[in-house]
Unconditional design. Structure first.
Length: 223
């Protein structure tokens, strides 16, 4: 791991980093497959849907055409919008570390591949919104759904208010998409092992830091 820098802005992934959203996401995927008349695999085979852009995962996992994947995403959101969105819970201790970082003067932002409207509702529902100055997500029309696009948008949004260099920014996430997005945008990354990515995945992607537990995020950043 590289020596820790003097960061000023910390971006957080949502699913698998701030909240354990597995139940709502898997139920939404199952609902979409049922609506399409497809066989629903065992739930443990659907865990890859936690994190990446939905349309990409429907195409990768089930070899759906672009049109069918778009239809699957529409059905997914039909269930998720009012039900799956709250089949979700913040990780134990996450509010405490967000509070520590905010009180220490860090600018905190969410950068998620989840549609921004959903991210805002989740953050407000679970009382996470008070810790974040910015909540940035994807768009429903898929024009901004890749993690590197969302992170680029989040960086731009933060710097409309602040003027941080990219060397002063860090993203915290649980999947290689977060690490890949960081590299694309020229910022550092921290992988967390309590989410849905493995240590092997995060190391292979080139995470600058890897931590095991929620409390370790603040411990490392504040050290």
């Amino acid at each position: 791991m590289k020596p820790l820098k003097n960061y000023k802005a910390i971006f957080f992934d949502l699913d698998g980093t701030l909240t354990d959203s597995c139940t709502g996401i898997l139920n939404s995927v199952a609902y979409a497959l049922e609506k399409l008349g497809e066989k629903v695999p065992p739930r443990n085979e659907l865990l890859s849907f936690v994190g990446p852009p939905l349309i990409d995962e429907f195409k990768r996992k089930f070899n759906f055409s672009q049109e069918k994947a778009e239809e699957a995403v529409r059905f997914f959101r039909e269930y998720f919008r009012d039900t799956g969105i709250f089949e979700n819970t913040p990780y134990d201790g996450i509010k405490e570390i967000l509070c520590k970082l905010k009180n220490a003067g860090y600018v905190l932002a969410v950068a998620t591949s989840k549609p921004e409207e959903f991210a805002l509702r989740i953050a407000k529902h679970f009382g996470l919104d008070e810790y974040f100055e910015f909540i940035c997500g994807s768009t429903f029309d898929e024009s901004r759904n890749k993690k590197h696009q969302v992170l680029e948008y989040a960086i731009s949004t933060v710097n409309k208010v602040y003027n941080f260099s990219k060397s002063e920014m860090l993203i915290v996430g649980d999947r290689h998409h977060d690490i890949d997005g960081a590299k694309y945008n020229g910022i550092d990354s921290m992988g967390v092992l309590y989410g849905y990515g493995s240590e092997e995945e995060l190391r292979a992607a080139g995470a600058d830091y890897i931590v095991a537990g929620v409390s370790d995020i603040a411990t490392v950043i504040l050290s």
